[in-house]
Design a protein around this ligand. Structure first.
Ligand code: PXP
Length: 240
């Protein structure tokens, strides 16, 4: 089964914001990523707009020809309203706090079940596919099925951290989590710290993977290989 590569372009916005002005142009980057083979574009607007701005999200929504995935914390009304206005193909709900450097944990789908049911229904009623960010813990993935979500996105930081030490051990919890997702008819996405080295083995170990969203490593690789080559390298790692 094909796994889609959604390119997270937040880092391009971070570079732009470091100087003011519009270089690099994130809308152009989104157009080019699609042209270079990305199957989707991911953005993660945060309340302080320190990388992707809300206005970027609106502009990018006008040029999307692939799948638009907006990530963020639905506790912010501003985020919910933006997603409902833009109507992306997918919203990925992430429980990150406003000042956090990057996402560092998934939802507790047991404790937060009622809240997730309520907020997921808001997006689904608007015709938007929903994915929720979760740790690779069997009971958490099983409970995700009770929230009404379409998919879960497995948080892959631990896999990436332990990949070089022992890749089979590193992926084991994810393989189990993926099986639970499958038994519960949940689609499977993954992301965080996936890179050119660890991506292929992850995909080989979990053939049911529908989508990965990758930002930091891919955009860093683009400094050396160029954006088109970097995207093609990641696409190739998913083709097995
Ligand atoms: N998925 C989620 C939910 C994220 O928050 C992020 C980082 O913003 C990613 C995927 C992409 O992670 P990375 O930039 O490490 O590829």
């Amino acid at each position: 089964m094909g796994t889609k590569l959604s390119v997270n372009i937040n880092k391009i916005a971070t570079l732009r914001n470091s100087r003011g002005g519009n270089n690099p142009d994130v809308v152009k980057a989104a157009i080019d990523c699609q042209h270079f083979g990305a199957d989707g574009i991911t953005v993660h607007p945060r309340p302080d707009e320190r990388h992707i701005r809300y206005s970027d999200v609106r502009e990018i929504s006008n040029i999307i020809t692939t799948e638009f995935n907006i990530e963020g914390n639905p506790l912010e009304d501003k985020f919910v309203n933006l997603v409902l206005e833009v109507k992306p193909a997918q919203v990925t709900l992430v429980p990150d706090s406003p000042g956090q450097l990057t996402s560092n944990h998934g939802w507790d789908t047991i404790k937060e079940k009622e809240y997730l049911q309520r907020i997921i229904a808001v997006f689904k009623n608007a015709g938007i596919r929903v994915s929720i960010f979760v740790d690779p813990v069997e009971r958490i993935v099983a409970a995700a099925a009770d929230t009404g979500t379409d998919r879960v996105e497995l948080y892959t930081e631990d896999y990436a951290k332990n990949y070089r030490k022992d890749k089979n051990a590193a992926v084991a919890a994810y393989v189990k989590a993926a099986a639970i997702a499958g038994e519960n008819n949940l689609g499977l996405n993954a992301g965080h710290d996936l890179d050119r080295e660890n991506l292929q083995f992850f995909k080989q170990s979990i053939p049911s993977l529908l989508e990965v969203s990758i930002g930091h490593a891919l955009i860093s690789d683009a400094l050396y290989y160029g954006l088109e080559n970097a995207i093609q390298l990641y696409k190739r790692a998913l083709m097995i």
